[in-house]
Design a protein around this ligand. Structure first.
Ligand code: HEC
Ligand code: HEC
Length: 363
């Protein structure tokens, strides 16, 4: 005890004498000297945010040939029974990786029961689907092809169709020793999805750039931590890591109104445990500004609605208009550009297109 206090005093004295002989005005403004000053200017909520959220990597290592094959498969309607739908029909990679509808529509106009989540950064989901019924992206990719309400095909039919296309025969042979198989097609699709990682402005902040967030976005980032959004939306995906009750504090389904559907049961559909009713995978909030309408039922038409509803039903807080605006401004910084090769090459422009009609001047 005595020894420690002696040491503390010594340490304090020496620290003091150190500062005493280093008058800041005489020092060159090296980062070494200024760093502690800058760090203390970052509020505690933002420092905590940097520990509960992790930045996306700037580059991910995937097999480029497989990813490029997967990109073609993902955008090819050959995967559906009547050649009308590709994965991209419901997961438009250029528009947030979703279809923009409350719930998705499968082949022959069948309206589905649930909202399409994004495929961007989906590799960071602990399990796939709102109810977590698929373990990973490879397992997930099997589902929609064979789901009669989605693509309505079968894997043997898809494998046969791919085998009739010489370009696919060559591309599969280059990446897989056993050529075209259902497993290999799903592996290529999953490899492509693994490449869809989109670091943005928030990641610059998470990496230590204190100037990356300002104004409303910075206030929103503080709120996101201080009101408790991070208790569920955390980790590298800002979500995707756990299953939580929708309506943790107030009844979401009473607020929404309307009859409950089987899809509203969420995780219960997988585990059949009563305690899992209305429990859903916490969605990734990466690119969330582009993934509307929001929630498993697409009930929230605007991001403001989604944030206000979350505050109420998950945290029991009635967020005011300023707080909602600031949180939304922060959520927008979770969008980032697509990596190179994410989109298929643009369709060639129609040859000898008629000259565009002159645009009439504004009245
Ligand atoms: C008809 C529209 C439709 C098509 C076509 C479709 N999906 Fe989906 N996708 C959905 C919907 C809806 C869900 C959510 C279903 C659920 O959770 O029960 C989903 C979920 C997913 C997920 C899980 C994401 C998450 O956050 O859990 C991935 C990954 C995915 N789809 C990839 C694909 C791939 C790959 C294909 C092509 C092989 C494909 N989808 C075809 C509508 C579609
Ligand atoms: C108790 C856990 C929990 C808390 C706290 C929480 N969320 Fe959520 N969040 C969820 C779940 C679960 C969903 C999925 C809801 C559904 O299935 O319809 C969700 C969905 C969302 C969505 C829609 C995402 C999409 O793709 O549809 C947004 C936006 C969102 N949360 C933002 C927030 C914000 C902002 C806060 C803080 C004010 C917050 N959440 C607090 C669990 C939580």
């Amino acid at each position: 005890m005595r020894l420690r206090s002696v040491f503390t005093v010594f340490a304090l004295v020496s620290a003091q004498s150190l500062t005493a002989c280093k008058d800041p005005r005489e020092l060159p403004p090296t980062t070494e000297y200024w760093e502690p000053v800058a760090a203390s200017a970052v509020p505690a909520e933002l420092r905590r945010l940097r520990t509960v959220l992790q930045p996306l990597p700037e580059h991910v290592d995937v097999d480029a040939a497989k990813a490029s094959l997967g990109q073609r498969l993902f955008h090819d309607t050959v995967l559906s029974a009547d050649n009308t739908l590709s994965c991209a029909s419901c997961h438009d990679v250029a528009h947030g990786g979703v279809d923009g509808h409350r719930t998705s529509t499968g082949i022959r106009g069948q309206v589905g029961p649930i909202n399409a989540p994004t495929v961007l950064n989906a590799r960071y989901n602990v399990l796939q689907f709102w109810d977590g019924r698929a373990a990973n992206l490879r397992e997930q990719a099997a589902g929609p092809v064979a789901n009669p309400a989605e693509m309505g095909s079968t894997w043997p039919a898809v494998v046969a169709a791919l085998g009739r296309n010489p370009a696919y025969v060559t591309a599969f042979a280059a990446s897989y020793h056993d050529g075209i198989t259902a497993d290999n097609a799903r592996d290529a699709i999953a490899t492509y999805e693994e490449s869809l990682v989109t670091p943005g402005v928030a990641d610059r902040f998470l990496r230590g750039d204190d100037t990356a967030l300002d104004g409303d976005a910075r206030e929103g980032a503080r709120l996101f931590e201080s009101v408790g959004c991070t208790s569920c939306h955390n980790g590298i995906g800002v979500g995707g890591g756990s299953f939580q009750r929708l309506g943790a504090v107030r009844d979401y389904f009473a607020l929404r109104g309307g009859a409950r559907t089987a899809a509203d049961d969420g995780r219960f559909n997988v585990t059949h445990q009563a305690s899992d009713r209305s429990v859903f995978k916490v969605p990734l909030l990466r690119n969330v500004a582009e993934t509307g309408p929001w929630f498993h039922d697409g009930w929230a038409r605007t991001l403001d609605d989604a944030v206000r509803t979350m505050g109420a039903v998950q945290l029991g807080r009635d967020l005011d208009a300023t707080q909602v605006r600031q949180l939304v401004a922060f959520l927008r910084t979770l969008s980032g550009p697509l990596p190179a090769g994410a989109l298929p090459p643009a369709a060639p422009a129609p040859a000898a297109a008629a000259p565009a009609a002159p645009v009439p001047p504004h009245a």
